[in-house]
Ligand binder design. Structure first.
Ligand code: SAH
Length: 359
């Protein structure tokens, strides 16, 4: 029988498992602490448990391993990228970014992605599978262990669409912010979505304090559809209403992300339409000059026109920043992450973020 991954149980579930084995409930507290605070990777190291209990745990459960297949350290800025190999051979990537306010990790939520955004490398090859709660947590645990530095911020902006892996994603947020676990403040967690309306609304009612970032990328329905197939499924007006609802329910200001694609969505009309959408909303706009992807024909605007775009929006009263690029020498850029298998050649993604996790 397949052993169950013990890291995917939240505190209450673990307690049920452990007391179900006939153990006292304080044992579950000890085990949870080993797994989610001391971040241990094997049962043998749980030295305050009896040998017998450790053996029983070993027989019934596993702590899913993730091998570091590659670890790159940027020379340009304090950014590091990790390529993890999952137990089934799928590869995912995570990025550690150090800021003055703390260390932020960008994690993946799926192996591959089925959203198909035209400019994103993660879409190429489609979805392989959802990540488990444990696999989302372990990206942070392993990076904290390897770096020896506390992680204080999380952005869910690596490969995958978190709201397409809804239950695991929400459980992950609860566990990583649990006082019995790493206790990372929910206010320091940002998740980015391409706009899956029903799940945005569900998320608004979860009682979480995380920041929601919406990938807008088009200043009207038609332009958005051109870049994002998922826009065909959810009308822009409905997506924006879901954003308003999220703000209304949580009090958390929405961040809008807008990848600037030269000649496609960086025109004067876009400034006008974007202003119309955003001016009446309490929000923040984060511009991401496109990171070119080999297979796609889209280009990045030059620095001057990106700045010009930003300044014009600012003049119109929009709260806007250009996302600062991180780890450029190690391919550290949004949307360049792709699903890879061991031995397959491909480029890797990084994630850049300053303003979003600073919010
Ligand atoms: N599935 C989530 C997370 C995606 S990654 C979402 O769609 O929001 C985080 C951000 O990077 C998204 O806004 C995404 O659209 C953007 N992005 C993807 N590829 C990019 C690229 N090549 N250049 C710039 N931004 C990109």
């Amino acid at each position: 029988m397949d052993r169950k991954d013990i890291c995917s149980y939240d505190y209450r579930e673990l307690e049920d498992e452990i007391t179900g084995m006939g153990e006292k409930s304080f044992r579950s507290r000890q085990i949870y602490e080993w797994l989610h605070v001391k971040l241990i990777g094997d049962f043998a190291g749980m030295t305050n448990l009896s040998r017998q209990l450790r053996d029983r745990l070993e027989g019934e459960y596993k702590i899913a391993g993730m091998r570091v297949a590659e670890h790159q350290i940027s020379k340009a800025d304090p950014t590091e990228k990790f390529l993890f190999e999952l137990e089934d051979g799928n590869m995912i990537e995570s990025v550690l970014m150090r800021y003055t306010y703390g260390n932020s990790v960008c994690i993946s939520s799926q192996a591959g992605c089925r959203m198909g955004c035209r400019f994103c490398a993660s879409a190429i090859g489609g979805l392989k599978r959802n990540l488990t709660v444990s696999e989302m947590l372990r990206q942070i645990y392993q990076i904290q262990t390897i770096s020896g530095e506390r992680i204080s911020n999380i952005v869910v902006m690596g490969t995958g669409e978190p709201l397409d892996n809804y239950d695991n994603f929400v459980k992950f947020v609860r566990m990583v912010s649990d006082e019995y676990g790493l206790n990372i403040s929910q206010r320091n967690i940002t998740a980015s979505t391409c706009g899956i309306v029903p799940n945005m609304r569900r998320l608004a009612s979860e009682g979480l304090q995380i920041t929601l970032a919406l990938s807008l990328h088009g200043s009207n329905q038609e332009k958005r559809e051109r870049l994002m197939p998922v826009a065909g499924q959810y009308e822009l007006t409905d997506v924006l209403e879901a954003c308003d609802y999220y703000f209304q329910e949580t009090g958390r200001r929405i961040t809008f992300e807008y990848s600037l694609v030269s000649g496609v969505n960086d025109q004067p009309d876009d400034i006008r339409e974007l202003t119309g959408i955003l001016r009446k909303r309490n929000c923040h706009l984060n511009l991401i000059p496109l990171n070119p992807v080999r297979e796609r024909d889209y280009r990045k605007p030059d620095r001057e026109s990106a700045l010009d775009f930003k300044n014009k929006l600012e003049k119109n009263g929009i709260n806007v920043t250009i996302r600062r690029e991180r780890g450029s020498d190690i391919d550290g850029a949004c949307g360049q992450l792709r699903r890879r298998y061991a031995g397959e050649n491909g480029r890797k993604q990084g994630e850049t973020d300053e303003d979003i996790c600073n919010d």
